[in-house]
Design a protein around this ligand. Structure first.
Ligand code: SF4
Length: 241
């Protein structure tokens, strides 16, 4: 049996214990490191340090600004960091894609890294938990099929187990891609994962069966089926059973 490849996983640097937070500290998550650390290769990223804010630094936050939409700002100085962070995030995410990451663990609640429910302030200083961190938003937009979780959600056993399943499946998908997609390769991949998909979503499983039959019978070309297969497969696994 071939050796399981070790998934490369992006992670908010402070979760690994690096002193990169605005207050000079970290948010080391021991249980996360213990559970996943031996299975994966971490690629740590701190967007705020990378755009040159330094450590320690003044805190930043998301603010709603009328027509301009949601901005990333440093309230004490009034500096608007939105464009700087957006430019950085696009470049960094593209590099992470080239490094073949197959998952990402984000720090919850951060205006840069939070994946959901991040506080967004209005002009009166009132906040609602309605935003996505600016780096996280770019990550999700540019790598829509990437398994992404935060450290709080990963405390739930079913979410954690499913994340592990998804990152290994995503790693095997990358291997398939790197080898060059063929019908034989896709058929082998499907046979290997069919029961898994069935346990998540029997309807998607039938759709994928049909997709492969369509390619075999030349009703669909391989490149078209690959895109659809990836989307349906990864979406089905994203739903916890
Ligand atoms: S949450 Fe993100 S930006 Fe903030 S310290 Fe951690 S890695 Fe850096």
């Amino acid at each position: 049996m071939s050796k399981q490849p070790r998934p490369r996983i992006g992670i908010s640097s402070c979760l690994l214990g690096n002193n990169v937070r605005y207050d000079g500290g970290h948010k080391k998550n021991e249980s996360l490191i213990e559970t996943l650390g031996s299975l994966v290769e971490w690629i740590s990223v701190c967007p705020e340090v990378d755009i040159g804010l330094g450590t320690p630094r003044l805190p930043i936050q998301l603010e709603r600004d009328g027509e301009k939409g949601i901005r990333l700002v440093m309230p004490e100085t009034g500096e608007d960091l939105t464009d700087r962070m957006a430019r950085y995030a696009i470049e960094r995410v593209d590099i992470l894609r080239e490094k073949r990451i197959s998952g990402y663990v984000l720090k919850s609640k951060s205006p840069s890294c939070g994946m959901e429910g991040v506080l967004v302030y209005d002009g009166n200083g009132e906040a609602s938990a309605a935003g996505t961190g600016m780096f996280a938003a770019v990550l999700k937009e540019r790598m829509p099929h990437l398994p992404v979780e935060d450290e709080v959600r990963l405390e739930e056993a079913d979410v954690r187990e499913n994340f592990i399943v998804r990152i290994f499946a995503a790693t095997r998908w990358l291997e398939l891609e790197d080898a060059g997609f063929t019908l034989a390769g896709l058929t082998r991949f499907h046979a290997q994962h069919r029961n898994l998909v069935m346990s998540h979503d029997p309807i998607v499983c039938e759709t994928l069966d049909r997709l492969l039959r369509d390619v075999e019978n030349e009703r669909m070309v391989l490149p078209e089926s690959v895109g659809r297969y990836e989307r349906e497969f990864k979406q089905a696994l994203a739903d916890t059973v």
